[in-house]
Ligand binder design. Structure first.
Ligand code: CA
Length: 732
């Protein structure tokens, strides 16, 4: 066996790979339905985007309006009649990975996306697929994605549909045909950049960021000319190599907040999701992500604020020039991104009308800022947190708990929240009727530790934390104690008083984005597989639909021919079901059935009955030395495999659960996938550069041991009453 020291070194180069062959991928859909009716001309221009709030039948940009309130002014579906809401149509998607898209609707046509950056144009009244575009992202790109191969949607502009692809391209499509008009590569594809966020369009420029802060990249947001794809400007969120020319004057100031040779590690600060725009102030707001690596001791030894990590930054939309910033988590060390949904609204605070910006980032504080100048107006925790006791209103800085800085104390820190945040990317919604924000919240703790050694490698997963303490307990009783601390909520939050008004507790932690409507309703799907409507004032449950799969995407509302629809893309996914093992199974329907669903009053369509869940395969017999070899196999698993195949080898229904995989039966089959790259086109690349055959076999030993540990319990759980989405199997 290798020495422990050698093993530790290898473990510091974790390389996450994701397999997207979950076994239920359907055949590719035709790119164009043969009898597709001509779609209406797509007339979305600057005036229409600025006035989108009054364009009540449509959902023209990611958050519906530039202020991203995700509020529909439609009133036909209301608290009084929502009980008669029924399925109008459903469209099966041809991928079975996480579905996070917010569809857009313009003049009767829906434009949505699915995993692997595919784009669909759909008749919004009938659900008929008009065309699908597949950018043919190479499967190996899956290894660059921290959090599933998801996509959150498109932008519309003057006859074209714009999408960012997982491998870093920005593509303009003809809205009528789905054919490429132009395509540009927006990232250095030799690095582990990905795009999962939706583009926004402001004044004819397409704005797009990227992800990769778990993998040693430097974050930025770019603006491209919508007509021809020419780069208009780029704003870097963290300083670069000081021997190179500085890209913007503000980065000289930002560099003063960093220490050491941070640029060699990338720095992070990716802009992977949120943006909002105020046309009056002509300011673009972006949410900036975590540091790379997470552990600040390794990234910027000696500390510093590390601007603009975990910040909201205001830029001039035409030029990308810096205007102001507010940093939520100075010196961040826990993956506390500020990329979460940004909402703009006008609120009355202390009797004064204020133009505010609201965000509930991962770190658990709800922030209200003056969006004209970035001044902090208020900040309060919206759930239980332990990294800070509050925010100093004079300085705008959090009162941080020194014990949370595991890199400085060299002691493990059990954090609330962990890297999942108290709120993740799932969009919240603001209702100008109730003046409440509807916010998906979760409580999931995490153990951070300072690793003894760290080998920076820009091509490997480099969070810079100790992999030996992240695993959940394998003892069922101890695990039950952990599960009791895991919670998920839909909360109604008053941003004026900074207080909770109502809450709905969910069965599990990972639930959907939110829509509020002028019908007095709030819509949200959940991980247990139901899509629900609540009263906006009190959170009373008014309607529920069995969607047969976990829901994480946010719903929308639109109207065609005078009929109001509610639509949502369903299909479990994202980082939680991939990486979090047993706690991701709590209260969740552990399967992915990816579809677009649309509802209207009185509709009676039905989903086909779900196929029966096969029982887990009986595992092969345990082998190897349980005292000496098994702990090494476990450490290797937590270093390389858990990011996609689940903590402690427990899958949650999106990617193969390795305990029941037919590939774990013999060393040869295991090696064909793990070392020979047999499933590389699905995202499961070869691990031969970092794993010897001996190491691969130790991982198999651990997986087989876990299968034997959990087989009987898994089988008896399947014989228990099924979760809501998996009703008794019947013939389709
Ligand atoms: Ca991150």
């Amino acid at each position: 066996m290798r020495s422990t020291a050698r093993l530790a070194l290898v473990c510091l180069l974790p390389l996450a790979a994701c397999d997207h062959s979950s076994g239920s991928e359907g055949p590719a859909q035709p790119s164009q339905a043969p009898e597709a009716a001509p779609t209406p001309a797509l007339e979305v221009n600057a005036a229409r985007l600025v006035g989108a709030d009054h364009d009540q039948d449509n959902w023209l940009s990611h958050g519906r309006t530039y202020d991203e309130q995700r509020f529909s002014p439609l009133t036909s579906i209301s608290t009084g009649n929502v009980g008669t809401l029924g399925l109008a149509w459903s469209l099966d998607l041809d991928t079975s990975r996480g579905q996070e898209a917010t569809p857009l609707v313009a003049d009767g046509v829906m434009y949505s996306t699915s995993a692997w950056s595919k784009v669909q144009a759909i008749d919004a009244a009938t659900g008929k697929l008009l065309w699908q575009y597949d950018p043919k992202v190479p499967g190996e790109t899956g290894v660059k994605a921290c959090c599933d191969v998801v996509n959150r949607g498109v932008a519309l502009w003057k006859g074209r549909v714009y999408v960012g692809t997982l491998d870093g391209r920005l593509v303009a499509l003809d809205a009528k045909t789905g054919k490429e008009a132009w395509s540009v590569v927006t990232v250095d594809q030799t690095k582990k950049y990905t795009i999962t966020g939706a583009p926004r369009i402001v004044k004819g420029k397409v704005l797009i960021g990227n992800g990769g802060a778990e993998f040693g990249v430097r974050g930025y947001v770019s603006a491209y000319d919508a007509d021809d794809g020419k780069l208009a400007w780029r704003f870097y969120t963290v300083p670069g190599d000081p021997s190179q020319p500085v890209e913007a004057p503000i980065l000289t100031k930002a560099a003063a907040t960093w220490k050491g040779e941070y640029w060699k590690l990338g720095g992070g600060g990716t802009v992977w999701d949120s943006m909002a725009y105020d046309p009056e102030l002509d300011l673009l707001y972006i949410g900036v992500g975590n540091g790379s690596p997470w552990n600040q001791r390794l990234r910027s030894p000696g500390g510093g604020d590390n601007l603009f990590l975990s910040s909201i930054v205001a830029l001039k939309a035409e030029t990308g020039e810096y205007v102001w910033h507010y940093q939520t988590t100075p010196g961040e060390s826990w993956d506390y991104t500020a990329t979460q949904h940004i909402v703009l609204a006008d609120l009355t605070l202390d009797g004064q009308p204020r133009k505010v910006l609201m965000q509930a980032p991962k770190n658990g504080f709800f922030y209200v800022l003056d969006r004209t100048n970035g001044k902090l107006l208020s900040a309060q925790p919206f759930t239980t947190i332990n990294w800070a006791s509050g925010v100093d209103m004079k300085t705008g800085r959090p009162l941080q708990n020194p014990a949370a800085h595991f890199g400085d104390t060299h002691k493990p820190w059990i954090a609330l929240p962990g890297p999942l945040g108290s709120h993740n990317w799932q969009p919240m919604s603001f209702s100008p009727q109730t003046h409440l924000v509807y916010l998906p919240v979760h409580d999931v703790a995490f153990a951070y530790g300072d690793p003894k050694t760290f080998t920076p490698d820009p091509l490997a997963f480099n969070s810079g934390i100790d992999p030996s303490i992240i695993a959940m307990p394998e003892d069922p009783k101890a695990m039950a104690g952990v599960l009791a601390t895991v919670h998920g909520y839909l909360k109604a939050w008053d941003p004026v008083t900074q207080k909770e008004v109502w809450r709905v507790e969910q069965a599990g932690a990972w639930n959907g984005g939110v829509l509020s409507t002028a019908g007095g309703l709030v819509f949200e799907g959940n991980g247990a597989g139901t899509f629900n409507a609540y009263s906006a004032d009190k959170g009373a449950p008014l309607w529920s639909f069995n969607a047969q799969t976990g829901i994480v995407a946010a719903p929308i509302s639109y109207a065609v021919g005078g009929q109001q629809y509610i639509a949502v893309v369903v299909g479990s996914g994202g980082t939680f079901p991939l990486a979090f093992g047993e706690i991701a199974r709590k209260g969740a329907i552990a399967t992915n059935r990816s579809r677009v669903l649309a509802f209207r009053l009185g509709a009676m369509a039905q989903l086909p009955a779900p196929p029966p869940m096969p029982p887990p395969a009986k595992p092969p017999e345990r082998f190897g030395d349980a005292t000496k070899q098994l702990p090494i196999g476990k450490l290797l698993f937590e270093s390389y495999c858990n990011v996609c195949h689940g903590d402690s080898a427990v899958g949650a229904g999106v990617l193969p659960d390795l305990r029941w995989s037919p590939m774990n039966v013999t060393p040869e089959l295991w090696k064909s996938v793990v070392l020979d790259g047999k499933r590389a086109q699905n995202g499961m690349v070869t691990f031969a550069p970092v794993l010897t055959p001996e190491f691969a076999e130790l991982i198999r030993m651990y997986v087989v041991a876990r299968a034997n540990d959990t087989y009987a319990a898994t089988l008896s759980a399947m014989q228990a009453p099924p979760p809501p989405g998996d009703a008794a199997p019947s013939k389709p």
